[in-house]
Design a binder for this molecule. Structure first.
Ligand code: AMP
Ligand code: GLY
Length: 434
């Protein structure tokens, strides 16, 4: 969207919302946005087995039909969950049709869709991040490796569904990852690579809700990317999370705003990009301070499921204000001071050979502090719930401290049954004392 795009003097009424996506993140957003007093209808396209009531069966990349749905149903605000439709320009198509959208255009989505582009922006803006080399041939990549003469992190440039990164332990492993990428492992996403120096430290996710100029930060969250307990096994989309992550206190969060997020929005504006959506900064807290590992152009999943129950009923108005470029007109977003814990239950074989079609039995009773968010689920023709994806669902709970929150979340998970269910029992080990 061009920088000259409109910024109204007042925000229009907000009653009818459409969420685009089908994961746990989108289920959590639909649940949270329904709690906002002015909102009386929330659609989700295409949704999943837990969101059937308000589901619209339109694919998340079908811009034409989504625009049509917005017109027919007089939608006041669209929230786009996943990165692929954002990178493909869905927000641009909706805005061109005069519809308010929370989510960047294809230009801003490059923050996630091209690691080389994002690294260049960080370098230009002086944002702390690992030293990097963008390469587009195997020979160039191997020449960099020879010159640096130490193991590197190898990243496919484009969207690779979280699977495009190898954190190599040795020079031989770095070389193998480079050769594999240029051998076609990531398809077109891997025809350009970013090689990075390897940083050390704990990781934390910070989310900034942006209106193109201003921003509001959510409490930091910590994800658990590996499949197995003890942070072992393959990388996944995320097996659980908790918030607020004590790794970053209020001062730490303000530092991240100052040295990472504000310069990012300024650098985007400098490129003519009016970024209205989430900037998700994946940070590593190194001995030299916070460094950006990656940017994403959307909420994290499962961080979003963890955070939404902590966010006040002003959320819909805050997202709408971002979409209109007028965050200054939004009410203050209240943040509950409880601790929130989220555990993901995955299907047998995830992430390499996911089995689907398992019957799901739920005897869990949710309440104000215990939520069940579906992800890879669907209803079969008889209406029964079956698994349809790798991360099947998540149980989320809030408590006065993390021990209480995790006890409640794991207790809820015991009431969830499907064949082959896999979840980590050590989510939140960093903050639990029991
Ligand atoms: P990304 O998809 O860029 O978030 O990378 C996936 C994971 O790889 C991150 O969550 C980190 O654990 C790890 N990683 C990425 N870049 C680096 C780096 N420069 N140094 C150390 N670990 C990294
Ligand atoms: N949980 C990591 C992500 O959403 O990319």
């Amino acid at each position: 969207m061009a920088i000259s795009s409109t910024r109204p003097n007042t925000l229009p009424a907000l009653r009818r919302l459409l969420i685009v996506g089908s994961g746990g993140r989108e289920h959590a957003l639909s649940w949270g946005l329904r709690r906002c007093p002015s909102v009386d209808a929330v659609w989700i396209a295409p949704g999943n087995g837990g969101t059937s009531a308000q589901q619209v069966s339109i694919a998340e990349t079908d811009a034409e039909r989504l625009v049509e749905h917005c017109r027919t149903e007089a939608i006041d605000l669209v929230i786009v969950g996943p990165e692929a439709p954002l990178a493909a320009g869905l927000a641009d198509s909706l805005r061109d049709a005069g519809i308010a959208v929370f989510g960047p255009g294809a230009d801003g989505a490059q923050l996630e869709a091209s690691k080389a582009w994002a690294k260049q922006l960080m370098q230009d803006a002086g944002i702390p991040t690992a030293r990097h080399w963008a390469v587009s041939s195997e020979a160039d990549a191997l020449a960099v490796l020879e010159q640096v003469d130490s193991p590197l992190v190898v990243k496919a440039d484009g969207l690779a569904a979280g699977k495009g990164v190898t954190v190599a332990e040795s020079i031989a492993e770095t070389k193998a990852a480079i050769q594999e990428a240029f051998g076609g492992r990531f398809g077109v996403a891997g025809t350009q690579l970013v090689l990075e120096e390897r940083l050390q430290g704990p990781e934390v996710s910070v989310f900034a809700l942006c209106d193109g100029e201003r921003m509001e930060l959510l409490p930091p969250a910590q994800d658990h990317k590996r499949l197995e307990e003890g942070d072992r096994g393959p990388n996944t989309g995320g097996m659980g999370a908790y918030a607020p992550a004590p790794l970053l206190d209020q001062d730490g969060l303000e530092q991240v705003r100052r040295i990472v997020l504000e310069p990012t929005v300024q650098a985007l504006r400098g490129r003519g990009i009016d970024y209205r959506g989430v900037i998700y900064a994946g940070l590593m807290l190194t001995d030299d301070g916070p460094q950006v590992i990656e940017f994403n152009c959307r909420f994290g999943d499962p961080e979003c499921q963890t955070l939404v129950p902590l966010l006040g009923p002003e959320l819909a108005l805050v997202l709408q204000a971002c979409a209109h470029g007028r965050l200054d007109l939004a009410p203050t977003l209240t943040i509950d001071n409880h601790c929130s814990a989220c555990i993901v239950a995955a299907a047998k074989g995830y992430p390499t050979a996911t089995r689907t079609g398992d019957a799901i039995n739920l005897s869990i009773t949710t309440d104000a502090q215990l939520q069940l968010f579906h992800a890879g689920t669907r209803r079969d023709p008889s209406g029964a719930l079956v698994s349809s994806g790798g991360r099947v669902l998540a149980v989320v709970a809030q408590g006065a401290d993390f021990d209480q929150a995790f006890t409640a979340a794991y207790g809820g998970l015991e009431q969830v049954h499907f064949d082959g269910i896999h979840y980590r029992r050590d989510i939140g080990h960093q903050v639990r004392t029991d």
